[in-house]
Every structure is written in C-alpha cells, then in structure tokens.
Design a protein around this ligand. Sequence first.
Ligand SMILES: [Fe+2]
Length: 346
Amino acid sequence: MPIIGICEVIYGVEDMETCTRFWTDYGLVPLTQEGVARSFGVASGSRITILPKEDPALPPANFEGPGVRRTVFGVDTLDALEGYAQRLASVTEVERVGNSLYFLDCDGNPIGLRVWDKRPVMCRPDPVNAPDAIVRLNQHRKWRVRAEPRTINHIVYWSDDYVRSYEWYRDHLDFRMSDHSKANGIFARASGTYEHHTLFWVTTGHPGREGTKGYAHIAFGVEDIDEIMVGANYMMDQGWSNQRPFAAALNRHRISSALYYYFPCPCGGDAEYHADTDYVDDGWVPRVWEIMFGAAMWGSSSPGFFGAKGISWDVQLDYGEASIEAWRGPVSQWPTGPSEGHAVTK
Ligand SMILES: [Fe+2]
C-alpha cells in the first residue's frame, strides 16, 4: 500500500497577493482558482494551495503566523487508502472526505492521505563533461530561462522528539529511514518513492527553536545546477531575498548528495530548489552521521557554519536503525552528541 509522494501542501498565509507572486516567480504554474483558495502546480501533479490563515476551511494552526497547515500525501489506490484508514483509526481520529483521509500526526500536525493519479515526470539533465569522460561532444548545455519545478520532493517539520515522530510514520504509514543526523533529525522516505527523503524531522533543540511547531521548509525537484541557479537569479531579479541565518545560496549536502538553494517564503518557512539528490530503494542501508559532517559537502556562503574546521568525519552504516535508541526525547546539545541527561520519553 505505497504512499507515492506529496500530493498537496496547504498554507495559511497573511498576504495572498505576495504569496501568489512568490510561487509564480518561483516557477510554479497557477491552476484554476476555487473560491478564495489559489493553487499552483508542478509537472508531477503535486500542488501548493494558499488560503488566508484565518480561513475556516483550514485546520486549526498549531503555530503562530503563516505556514503549512496541512500536508497531503498521495496513495496509489483506493484499497491503499482503506487500509491506512483502518490502521490509523487505532492511533488518531480520522476524518473521511471522498477519497481523502484527514488526521493529526503524533506532533499535532494536520496531515492527509488522498488517492492520487500522480503524473510521470521526464527530466533529461545535460550530461556533464570531464577530461577523458566526454559525454557531450559538439553540443552545448541547455540555455535555460526560468526554473520549472517538476516535483515536490520533501517537506521538513520541527519536532521535539524526532525519533518518536519518525517511528509514528514508520509504524502507521510505512515510511523508511534513509539517514540519521545525530542531535539533528531523521530523514525518511515514503514507501512508494525513490527520492532520498520525503520527510525530515529536525529537532526543536537547536538554538532559538525551542517551542517551535509545524513546518520548516519544502523542496522542489528541478533538473540540475543550471536550473537551480537560473531560478535563483530570476527570483533575485524579481526582488526576492535569499538571505537567511545560514546555508544561504547554493550548497551541496553530504547526506543525500543533493544540491540545494533556499528562499525565505512569504507563506512561511523556506522554499528549496533541489537537484541531483540520491535516489534509493529498500536495498539502501541507512547511515548515522555527525551533524556537521552530514550537513554539507560545501557551501557557497556561511563558511563559519559549514566550513571544514573541526568537523569529525563520523559516519557509520546503521543496520536495524540501531542508532536511534540513544536519541529519544528532546535533544538539546549543539552541534554534536546527546545532551547530558536528555529526557528519555519511552
Ligand atoms: Fe530540504
């Protein structure tokens, strides 16, 4: 009964016009408007929907300000939906609306499941030349003008117990752990997807994040580094800022290998252009990483945060998810190691 990806992400926002301009500049396609809600699509059929944050059609917020008010995951069949409806009924209240289920996860985040006819997506990134590895002869790269995000690859939520959050999705929605970044969070993949992660829960123990609820950022899949940078240049030309406390501009994660570029989003959190991620299946063995080592291979800015100084090359295979047992409960030490006496909640 696979979950095949993120079908729809619904925001409650403060300024509909500014958010409309953001997603249009970002490269999403405006869809038919229904009432006050506005939706924006990508090639896979995934959509972003925005509503005024006070709109009664939205589930109650569990955080202040604008942000994601519901994430809806797609399932491939009605049988899959029925199966999850039965399983979820024992752990949370489930509302059935047509071919959708609505419920709260263990962190109080409103979530949905929906039967989804996901569209196939074709990407053909330009082959990359290197000396003695010439795969693009007498042929220049695509001359891109705008980014056109094809997919929604992942969404990130804050959690005060990221092990508990992951286990809830593993046990009730069949997510698989991809990697564990110690004292930082767990990356997990929906069972019917191949992108490295569909969800990441990041600890609220990071400085300044205590008490944070809800969503942190969302990532859109594009073809390659050129599409990321053309998109980023266009966004800046339209007046959008790429300034944020760390990891601004173009960077590459070591965990997942992905290229990423965040823009602070007027809908709340950040929007991420995302390319060249690892694709994995059930043959993948999770790794457990020291946070700074896994966070980035390189960054185009913020060398103080992601620089090579003082990083331990600490990564191991994590058979059987053995690493997570030591990280239950709130994790508050930064940047490495479990905090002394951090609470064990299970
Ligand atoms: Fe991300």
